[in-house]
Design a protein around this ligand. Structure first.
Ligand code: PEP
Length: 241
């Protein structure tokens, strides 16, 4: 069992003004009793600066959605760990299935990004997950084990979060059965040298299913896409029972 971390992945949503408005509503809906739960908002790069100033060291932490492995250079459209650190970022999502599907991310580039994040004192959230056709073909276990192994070459497991995100459950409303997510997350944990790594579930997590998901013994948190865009709903997810 790792530290409980509930993270929102805003993807390409929210201007700076919208992000600040979200923070105000979220803060007023958080229950104090839940201070042991880490809350992370993975916002677009453009919103990170103003959010960081508004949060100034409170309970909510900031995450980015990508990091390049070099410090600087001719890599148009990329961002470095130095730049993220300066903005007050603590976490970074790496290897999300949308990056793999639309932008050519591989296990090898995800691995480089994980290592770069750690070098800058950021905590990488490495995403792994099988597609519907891989699941139907009975390949889930092999796919997941390979993604974990290749993504974690030379990685320090003491500063790491893994998110199990079955691709067929992302943005579809089709959540993986909580017990099945628990089983796959147990499998991921069995591949790790440090058993206390936080392993999240992601894929259509919402206020109505978060309690069941978080009741599973292997699941240490959630990575939430669509349902993290509404501050009241996201507060309910953070305040899971
Ligand atoms: C995600 O993008 O990481 C995700 C889990 O999205 P959703 O919650 O919308 O399925």
């Amino acid at each position: 069992m790792g530290k409980i971390i509930i993270a929102g992945n805003w993807k390409m949503h929210k201007t700076q003004a919208e992000a600040l408005e979200f923070l105000q509503v979220l803060k007023s809906n958080l229950e104090e009793a839940n201070e042991a739960r880490e809350i992370v908002l993975c916002a677009p790069f453009t919103a990170l600066g103003v959010m960081s100033k508004s949060l100034h060291g409170g309970l909510i932490r900031l995450g980015a959605q990508n990091i390049h492995w070099e410090e600087k250079g001719a890599y148009t459209g990329e961002i470095s760990g130095l730049m993220l650190k300066e903005l007050g970022v603590d976490y970074v999502v790496v290897g999300h299935s949308e990056r793999r599907q639309y932008f050519g991310e591989t296990d090898e580039t995800a691995n480089l990004r994980v290592i770069a994040a750690q070098r800058h004192g950021l905590t990488p959230i490495l995403c792994v997950g099988e597609s519907k056709s891989q699941r139907d073909a009975g390949e889930t276990e092999t796919v997941i084990i390979n993604q974990v192994k290749r993504g974690l070459v030379d990685v320090d497991q003491s500063n790491l979060v893994i998110a199990y995100e079955p691709i067929w459950a992302i943005g579809t409303g089709d959540t993986c059965e909580a017990t099945e997510a628990n089983r796959v997350i147990g499998l991921i944990r069995s591949q790790l040298s440090k058993k206390e790594v936080t392993i999240q579930y992601g894929g259509s997590v919402k206020p109505s299913n978060v309690d069941e998901i978080m009741a599973q013994p292997e699941i240490d948190g959630a990575l939430v896409g669509g349902a993290s865009l509404d501050p009241v709903g996201f507060a309910r997810i953070v305040n899971y029972q």
